[in-house]
Ligand binder design. Sequence first.
Ligand code: SF4
Ligand code: SF4
Length: 271
Amino acid sequence: MNEHLDTRSGAIRPPKRPVSADGEPLAEFRLNLSFGGSRRAVAIRATMKPLDQTGLLPILQQFDNEVVALAEEESARKGKKISCCAGCGACCRQLVPVAAAEARRLAALVESLEELRRSTIKRRFADALTAYERAGLLDRMATADQIPDEATRGELGLAVFHVGVPCPFLENESCGIYPDRPLACREFLVTSPAENCRSPGPDNIERVPLPAALSETFYRFSATGERQPARWMPLVLALRYAEEAGAEPLPRQPGGEFVQKFLGQLANKPG
Ligand code: SF4
Ligand code: SF4
């Protein structure tokens, strides 16, 4: 049981069956989340249609926004001010993990852009890969999710940061895809001074504690419920991955079933 995200007071009720504005049946999950002294009532609505994880991702993004909002409330309750704001993008030079479904969704988003922006962003992705290759980091980055210990992952993360390549989606130090940003970006907030993010070290970054990191559960998510190792890739590899994966179809499942399984795996996450 996740000791931080307390859903006991509201329990995970069996899904209701509301309908969308166009009459589509929806599954609804009502949760009463608590974290420290903060409480938040959350309703997660999900389509009953079978979709792959790329299509189901917005449900998780909405849920993650609620969990992060709860963390922000708890931080404020404790008198800790969050330093993050628009136009503050030093953290967008870090190694940003994304799940395979997030990578595919980001690649589709890039393809949907108008020509000039699309080619600009694609060039930034290509330049980023070149920079990391020149720095001798690209191969290690490609298998970063398989690094077993946190210290070695942290050392790689710091080396990536010191290459100084901005995320291809960063525009004027703000996120250019804010509503679509990865779960890991949503979950990264700090109360340490913003200037510390320009020279992050083991002791000068104070992250806002989260009741649960949905991203980590998503990296391990299994439709069958079997325990899986965390699988993710650095965001800069997203377009290359999506190109290699091509049109290979992903498994589908109804949105309501996905949420139910996700909540179960979130509650039982290891550690
Ligand atoms: S994590 Fe640091 S660099 Fe990123 S928005 Fe927050 S304060 Fe700014
Ligand atoms: S996706 Fe947005 S928030 Fe995330 S690293 Fe890139 S620019 Fe920053």
